[in-house]
Design a protein around this ligand. Structure first.
Ligand code: SAH
Length: 237
């Protein structure tokens, strides 16, 4: 886990030997499960450390300090656990909910929770369109996260309903997204949010542009959002 270790200082993070061991175990399980279940295209040992682990940990740059200590976070469309699980390993106080619609990926997440003996992690196998209407989840989170879920307009509809008023949505984005951000403005305000910042991210050795978009929830989201399954993607707000 040398690349992971070397990349921590620029993020202002340190990890114990035990935490680094957990990341190593995460890598081993990811590589092993990926032979049977399509979890990720990135499976090379170095690339997992930079493109999955460090990339996920960059979210800590914009994560409020009180949230790191014990806030409630939901990672929507988490896939093999990114960015939620690396954040949970680095900040064990987090109360994390992972939302994933593909059953085999959810099974992997449950397996990781067991292997790493993680407490306060819930795995929800289902679609955001449905789960965001459940009373126990709706507007119940300090922070909603998503990486690689959908274009920002759709992503906002799938994630903002989970955020409490006063909470934040952190969207982890790659590439040139100036246009995508412009196109999402109306949707974000319709859902009760306001764009508050864009933080460019640099990871040593990676050329592609990465950005963390922070959206604050100012008002409750109307009960009709998210619309039924598939609509947020097919007919973006
Ligand atoms: N966040 C991960 C995975 C990105 S791929 C990463 O960055 O590596 C997007 C994931 O979201 C897929 O695993 C897909 O199954 C899941 N997904 C897509 N639409 C969803 C929805 N409406 N509800 C829940 N999960 C969804």
């Amino acid at each position: 886990m040398h690349l992971l270790e070397e990349g921590l200082a620029p993020l202002g993070l340190t990890l114990t030997h035990r935490q680094l061991q957990d990341f190593h175990r995460y890598y081993e399980e990811l590589a092993s499960w990926n032979q049977r279940v399509n979890l990720t295209r990135i499976i090379d040992y170095s690339q997992v450390q930079t493109r999955h682990f460090l990339d996920s940990l960059t979210v800590s740059l914009v994560l409020p300090d009180e949230v790191k200590k014990g806030g409630r976070i939901v990672d929507v469309g988490t896939g093999a656990g990114f960015p939620g699980l690396p954040l949970k390993i680095a900040f064990p106080g987090l109360r994390l909910a992972l939302v994933e619609s593909v059953g085999k990926k959810a099974a992997f997440l449950n397996h990781m929770v067991e292997v790493l003996k993680l407490s306060d992690v819930e795995v929800h196998h289902g679609r955001a369109e449905t789960l965001a209407h459940e009373p126990s989840m709706r507007e119940g989170f300090d922070v909603a996260l998503a990486r690689g879920l959908a274009p920002l307009r759709t992503l906002a509809e799938l994630t903002l309903p989970f955020c409490r008023v006063g909470g934040v949505l952190i969207a982890h984005k790659k590439g040139n997204i100036t246009r995508e951000v412009q196109d999402a403005r109306d949707a974000v305000s319709l859902l009760g949010g306001e764009m508050v910042g864009k933080t460019p991210i640099k990871i040593e050795g990676l050329k592609d542009r990465r950005l963390l978009i922070v959206i604050r929830k100012l008002k409750a989201t109307a009960a009709r959002y998210p619309r039924r399954s598939g609509i947020p993607r097919k007919r973006p707000l």
